[in-house]
Design a binder for this molecule. Structure first.
Ligand code: SF4
Length: 61
């Protein structure tokens, strides 16, 4: 699976707290760390996508 972060991240930091798949990029918005997502990070990537307050995290199977 892969994660895509669409425009509109409000830099709340939730995904980076929940999962090592996400970090803050140079523009101050979240970016994926590794695509395809390592298996051990898949569960928390889903959790981040479900909980992102502006629903900009997309999961591609
Ligand atoms: S949870 Fe959503 S809004 Fe918050 S930092 Fe991550 S992508 Fe951005």
């Amino acid at each position: 699976m892969e994660v895509v972060i669409n425009d509109g991240c409000i830099s709340c930091g939730l995904c980076t707290d929940l999962c090592p798949e996400f970090e803050m990029g140079p523009e101050g918005t979240a970016v994926p760390v590794e695509n395809p997502v390592p298996e051990k990070w898949e569960g928390c990537s889903y959790e981040a996508a479900e909980n992102c307050p502006v629903s900009v995290i997309e999961i591609e199977e």
